[in-house]
Write a protein that binds this ligand. Structure first.
Ligand code: ATP
Ligand code: MG
Length: 439
């Protein structure tokens, strides 16, 4: 992409309405624009990041044996009357009437709808287990939408649903999602700590929120300090195995959200300086709820012995759009965003220091077409701005790599290669620049 043609309305001034750094940087980098409280348009740069996050989430769900479908945003109220949640949900639910006066709503989540699909098609234990997911916009009329995309009213969520014959099957599905979440967040350069969360009337211990530690987070959390040393990468997973050992390893230390926090247990399991009492951002939530919806909605299956039983279910959410803000919150410096490569909007920023110098511009054009045709996402700054402005823009939008091309280097056959994270900064031969990124 040529910056001269790209729609990326950056801001020099810090927008006064933004109170946390991720919101400020996303506005300044031209990633999002608010249309009304908690509702945003995703501009091209922001959309690229959102799509990258979505792709990682999808790949890891698919790898875990979860099958993608797509349910609508608008749902009939009657399904929610069956589960009893139509009244319970209160003002967070956006209620709509269609032209025939039928009550509809903009889905805040999809348990009812997916249970309806399931009960209409699955009748036998032979068709179990099933894991289904979709990535779809949700609407919740939050009391206090704030912090940009972190707490929006309209937001993109990945939600999965598991269907099993018994508790043991449901636990295995839960473990699959647990491990898939560890892998998903690690690929985004994040360390998300699974913390025990509220299970409500269901009880048991199958509810975890995945939390990224951050002072600006809205959740108050308590955990053992050794989590900071954990390596979030979980390799060599076979999803057909019982993944309980991985789950046990990640849950053996104390970690709880404030709903589930127990001061005595904390004091004995994370004594002294091992006690970390801090704040975090909830990027995912996995939850087993048994027959809560299947019983209310008559989603039963026939067992091998011929008897009927309500299907055992769980739901598993990831805040896809919230993650964009959460990653910026975790990955930035004073100059701007420092994207992890896996989610970066562009991998390489190609900077032309002197567009009226023909040798420099020729070199840039050659590099630009070489990188583009090798499939490298490159943003070519071919504008006539001063070098200082170009560097500032590049640092603000946070492309992981910069290739800086100027007359002096070109004369001696080199360009400058810099990493946004700051660990690489040196000259490389022009002829090796494309190969450095291709393949
Ligand atoms: P919270 O406690 O932050 O309100 P929740 O418990 O209501 O979240 P879930 O219903 O479990 O959230 O939704 C799954 C995921 O969707 C959450 O883990 C979070 O990452 C994301 N999410 C929830 N509400 C919002 C929102 N208003 N804006 C952006 N993302 C959200
Ligand atoms: Mg909520």
């Amino acid at each position: 992409m040529r910056l001269s043609r790209y729609f990326m309305p950056t801001l020099r001034e810090t927008p006064s309405e933004a109170r946390i750094v991720s919101h400020r940087l996303m506005l300044r980098a031209g990633m999002i624009r608010q249309s009304s409280a908690g509702i945003y348009s995703w501009l091209p740069l922001g959309l690229r990041v959102l799509k990258n996050i979505e792709r990682i989430v999808r790949e890891e769900q698919d790898a875990a044996g979860c099958q993608e479908l797509l349910m609508p945003t608008i749902q009939p109220a009657d399904l929610w009357r069956e589960s009893g949640r139509y009244d319970d949900y209160g003002k967070e639910m956006l209620r709509i009437a269609d032209r025939h006066g039928r009550d509809m709503l903009f889905g805040p989540t999809n348990e009812e709808l997916v249970t309806d699909i399931f009960r209409n098609s699955v009748k036998s234990y032979r068709d179990l287990p099933k894991l289904l997911y979709h990535i779809q916009w949700k609407f919740r009329d939050e009391v206090r939408p704030r912090f940009g995309v972190m707490r929006g009213r309209e937001f993109l969520m990945k939600d999965s649903y598991s269907f099993d014959l018994d508790y043991e099957g449901a636990r295995r599905a839960y473990n699959r999602m647990f491990v898939a979440y560890l892998r998903t967040f690690a690929r985004m350069g994040l360390k998300a700590i699974p913390m025990a969360a509220d299970t409500g009337p269901i009880g048991g211990d199958l509810s975890h929120e995945f939390i990224i530690l951050a002072d600006t987070g809205e959740s108050e959390v308590f955990c053992h300090a050794d989590y900071l040393e954990f390596d979030p990468h979980v390799g060599g997973v076979d999803y057909d195995d019982d993944l309980q050992p991985v789950v046990d390893e990640w849950t053996r230390l104390y970690a709880a959200t404030d709903d589930k926090h127990d001061a005595d247990a904390f004091a004995s399991r994370a004594p002294g300086e091992k006690a970390l009492r801090t704040r975090g951002i909830e990027v995912g939530h996995i939850f087993y709820f048994g027959a809560k919806y299947s019983e209310a909605m008559g989603a039963t299956v026939q067992r091998a012995d011929g008897s009927e039983a309500p299907v055992e279910m769980g739901s598993y959410g990831i805040g896809v759009s919230r993650l964009v803000g959460a990653i910026v919150e975790a990955c930035h410096d004073d100059a701007g965003i420092v994207w992890p490569e896996s989610v970066a909007p562009f991998r390489v920023g190609l900077i032309n220091l002197k567009i009226d110098d023909s040798a420099t511009t020729e070199t840039c054009e050659r590099l630009y077409s070489g990188l583009s045709s090798s499939g490298v996402d490159v943003l070519y700054d071919d504008t006539d701005e001063r070098a200082g402005v170009k560097f500032a823009t590049s640092e603000l939008i946070g492309t992981p790599w910069q290739l800086v091309v100027g007359p002096r280097g070109v004369a001696s056959g080199v360009v400058e290669l810099k990493s946004r994270a700051g660990d690489v900064d040196g000259e490389i031969p022009i002829d090796s620049a494309v190969a450095r990124f291709a393949g």
